[in-house]
Design a protein around this ligand. Structure first.
Ligand code: G3I
Length: 583
């Protein structure tokens, strides 16, 4: 027989997340957590280990950019990108491609080639087509166009691809961007194609311009699948309108990826933060960004621009004035920023996953498939994990007489759903039907016991737990003592004697199932040794979902009775008995 403690433990294990890497946290939400990577560093064992341990997505920080992957006319070099794909595949990670069309890192054979718009158009078409095809089926999403809007929007940035001289589609609109997306789709019918930019994280003039483009593209079925919010932040970042921005893009049916997050910290010449509170402030920013993303189903990736402070573009870019921008320190140890991310994952409500694959229903208290009405049961299913569906799940129990009842769901995670077997479920084989994005069903055997307080079935198995508290003086409450001691064999709980020798009332607290939501105090009656005893409390146990608590007084006249049975009666139904010993 399981005691309350072991039952509680079972529930707690189901939700305890301590010690999980970021990728496991992200898996629970069906989202990606990534990092920009440099394949030259894979040979550094702690680097490779940290990326593989923490992340389920990689993005090349540089090696898929035009200048590196297409260094000369007609010559492509996929070596470094292929190493990333290989590492990712070996470690069960996805690869996000970056980037096909950008004004920076364009090789000199293009910038100095004195090329006409027609020639540039042909070069870009070939570039997009060749790179996307090479990685088809290996790179699941691409930043097709990067940073095309100027810093004083709504203008487009003047670039070699847009207007200097451009690929022949300059003019007031975003036609050259549209063309790039169409070429990308032509090359891969299933990858996701993103527009990626910085400074457009919150609702502002730049994100308004991008939003207008995105809305237009969606309306005209231009193959745009998502928006990348780079998220290169400082400690002064104002994120008040981040959620609103994510919301409006996802409402267009687009995915949002946080693509390049880092938070630059001003540092002293010795590398320490100028502000002693900087790392805590940074942690809060990491938390807030992740929490905002987790609020929206369409925000499906959180990526940092690197992973360790050992390798980050920030110190070089700021001439050493800033640094410490990433979640792991130079020795690959987690910083407060890392904890900020973990905290966001741990406190975000879990999406309800679509139901695919098989599941089994077991009693949460017994771990068997004997299920009593009113008892806590669990559905476990590996297939419950693979989704991002946040729609409602409901669970219906159809009993042997063919009556279907909706069960109350108490806890839902990607792999586990805890619920109460409806109270009036009839004995025999019941069918459980889970409904969500798709439906699943399974069967379980219902064994009757009423009101199932103390035990989950008539064999005496299941929850049976209690504590006794003696109140000697108004200010003195003795520590609670156990009243049952249970072995591992079914029905092996023995009563632990309760001493009534001190002429002070002893309160007995019992835990089980069967009261929740159906009874008032008046409806619950208790007897010990056949004699009615006062019930002081009957109702839901606030700390443990699905468990009830009943508090009764053990009258002093029971002193010396030895073994006596406790029984409850609820709505005219009588529970099984549990024995206590009274000295
Ligand atoms: O690899 C060469 C090396 O051979 C040479 O000796 C050295 C000399 O400068 O340069 C090396 O290339 C550098 C490259 O990073 C790899 O380290 C480039 O000069 C340098 O400009 C390049 O900087 C990158 C920058 O983009 C420009 O492309 C950063 O690493 C990279 O973090 C940064 O990433 C961008 C995103 O792509 C777009 N969003 C902004 C983000 C940060 O600027």
């Amino acid at each position: 027989m399981r005691t309350l403690e072991s039952n509680a433990l079972l529930l707690i294990i189901g939700v305890s997340l301590q010690g999980q890497a970021l990728r496991q946290q992200a898996d629970r939400f069906g989202i990606l957590v990534g990092g920009a990577v440099n394949p030259d560093k894979f040979s550094e064992a702690p680097y490779a280990a940290a990326f593989a341990r923490e992340l389920n997505m990689l993005e090349p920080e540089n090696v898929m950019k035009f200048g590196l992957i297409h260094p000369a006319a007609g010559r492509y070099d996929f070596t470094a990108g292929d190493r990333i794909v290989d590492f990712a595949q070996k470690n069960g990670m996805k690869v996000r491609g970056h980037t096909l069309v950008w004004h920076s890192q364009v090789p000199s054979w293009v910038t100095n080639g004195n090329l006409s718009s027609d020639q540039l158009s042909a070069i870009l078409h070939d570039h997009i087509s060749t790179v996307v095809k090479h990685y088809a089926g290996q790179v699941f999403a691409w930043d097709v166009v990067n940073e095309a809007f100027s810093d004083s929007p709504p203008a487009l940035r003047s670039t070699i691809w847009f207007d200097t001289p451009g690929i022949g589609l300059k003019g007031p609109g975003t036609q050259y961007i549209e063309q790039a997306f169409r070429w990308a789709r032509e090359a891969d019918s299933s990858a996701l194609f993103f527009y990626n930019d910085y400074g457009a994280e919150v609702v502002n003039a730049k994100s308004n311009a991008i939003y207008a483009m995105a809305k237009d593209f969606k309306a005209r079925a231009v193959p745009l699948d998502g928006i990348g919010l780079q998220m290169h932040l400082s400690l002064n970042a104002n994120l008040a309108r981040l959620g609103e921005n994510i919301q409006r893009f996802t409402a267009l049916g687009l995915q949002v990826h946080i693509t390049e997050m880092d938070v630059a910290v001003p540092v002293n010449p010795d590398g320490t933060p100028v502000d002693p509170a900087a790392l805590q402030k940074q942690a809060q920013i990491y938390h807030d960004v992740a929490a905002a993303c987790l609020q929206y189903k369409g925000c499906s990736a959180i990526q940092t621009w690197g992973l360790t402070d050992k390798y980050s573009w920030i110190p070089g870019f700021s001439q050493g004035k800033n640094g410490l921008a990433l979640p792991l320190d130079e020795n690959y140890q987690p910083k407060p920023a890392y904890d900020g991310l973990v905290r966001a994952f741990e406190s975000a409500p879990l999406p309800i996953q679509p139901l695919t694959g098989s599941f089994e229903v077991v009693s949460a208290t017994l771990g068997t498939t004997l299920l009593a009405p009113d008892s806590l049961a669990s559905v476990f299913g590996e297939g419950l994990a693979d989704s991002t569906e946040t729609g409602g799940v409901s669970l219906q129990v159809t009993d042997s007489s063919g009556v279907a009842r909706v069960a109350s769901l108490l806890y839902v995670s990607p792999r586990q759903i805890n619920f109460l077997i409806p109270a009036d479920t009839q004995p025999g084989l019941a069918t459980f039907t889970l409904s969500g994005a798709s439906a699943l069903s399974g069967t379980g055997s219902i064994q009757t016991v009423a009101p199932s307080l103390f035990a989950a079935n008539a064999n005496g198995l299941g929850v049976a737990a209690g504590t006794a508290v003696r109140v000697a003086l108004p200010t003195m409450i003795q520590s609670p003592v156990a009243v049952f001691q249970c072995g591992s064999a079914p029905g092996s709980c023995a009563a632990v004697p309760i001493d009534l020798g001190l002429d002070a009332p002893v309160y007995l607290t019992l835990f089980g199932t069967g009261i929740r939501g159906r009874s008032t105090l008046d409806a619950v009656h208790a007897s010990i040794g056949g004699k009615p005893v006062p019930v002081l409390f009957a109702g839901a146990q606030p700390q443990f979902a699905g468990l009830d608590q009943v508090n009764v007084v053990i009258p002093l006249e029971l002193r010396g009775s030895g073994n006596v049975d406790i029984q409850l009666e609820l709505d005219g139904r009588v529970s099984n008995t549990v024995q206590i010993a009274v000295q």
